[in-house]
Design a protein around this ligand. Structure first.
Ligand code: ADP
Ligand code: MG
Ligand code: MG
Length: 255
């Protein structure tokens, strides 16, 4: 079992206007086998939390802690975090020109496991993973995310998730821009990973739609860099009906 503990996390970024606080004391614990949804309006700091856990250099942790099984995640390099079992599916996956999907996946798997996967079983796993996610075979020879549609990018993120077998995955708006069919396929992939490996999931989303397919045990609402409310699946249902208005003062603008 693995436990990711985020304690009173404060994060800033440097902008033209100077040092800007984005996260203002976030506390959260995610264990393997659990699914947590982080919901919130645009600009509330959800992606900042994901990027900070993954080790994006742009985000400065000014106080608080992130630990994985008691180990200081903030002291780890991005690679070390991945090897420790953390995985981030990005909201906006980046293109990697000149690197094919096949090579990328194999390199990532080798880096994470510390040895190259046995070629036969690996090839079989990749094929099977792509088939499950309804990805065409030709996909394997394309450069990572180059010219991929929104849905293809998200499928490729879930393919990585299924092949790399992390302990804890942060999925940042994996649902955004997906039609219902793609959403189902992607959700099935996440649910397979949950069943097969006991994956813990931190599911970041603006909308409740994906939560019909991936059932959260816990729901956290983030507004202005803080978790302002927590509950079970019923909280997501309420947000579906009421939106985020209640967290803002009358007349205050929501992005
Ligand atoms: P969410 O994912 O909830 O929409 P983000 O974490 O992307 O929110 O952004 C939260 C706030 O932090 C926004 O006001 C955004 O403009 C700001 N922000 C995030 N990343 C950066 C950055 N790299 N540089 C400047 N501002 C940023
Ligand atoms: Mg956003
Ligand atoms: Mg975001």
């Amino acid at each position: 079992m693995a436990v990711l503990e985020i304690r009173d996390l404060h994060v800033t970024v440097e902008t033209d206007e100077g040092t800007t606080p984005i996260l203002n004391g976030v506390t959260l614990t995610v264990k393997t086998g659990e699914t947590h949804a982080i919901m919130g309006p645009n600009g509330s700091g959800k992606s900042t939390l994901a990027s900070t856990i993954a080790g994006h250099p742009k985000y400065n942790v000014t106080s608080g802690s992130i630990t994985l099984d008691g180990e200081d995640v903030l002291a780890m390099s991005v690679d070390e975090r991945a090897r420790a079992g953390l995985f981030l599916a990005m909201q906006y996956p980046v293109e990697i020109p000149g690197v094919t999907v096949t090579n990328f996946l194999r390199t990532a798997k080798t880096a994470i496991d510390g040895e190259a996967p046995a070629i036969r079983t690996w090839t079989k796993q990749v094929k099977e993973g792509m088939k499950n996610l309804r990805m065409d075979d030709k996909f394997a020879q394309r450069n990572v995310n180059e010219g991929f549609s929104g849905g293809e990018k998200k499928r490729h993120e879930i393919l990585q998730l299924e092949l790399l077998k992390p302990q804890l995955a942060i999925l940042d708006e994996t649902d955004s821009g997906l039609d219902v069919d793609a959403l189902k396929i992607v959700s099935e992939g996440v649910n397979r990973a949950k069943e097969n490996t006991g994956l813990g999931v931190l599911l970041i989303t603006h909308y409740t739609r994906i939560l019909r397919y991936i059932k959260p045990d816990h729901v956290h609402v983030m507004v202005k860099g803080q978790v302002v409310e927590e509950g079970g699946p019923e909280l997501a249902e309420r947000l579906e009906n009421e939106g985020y208005d209640r967290y803002f003062a009358p007349g205050e603008t929501i992005e």
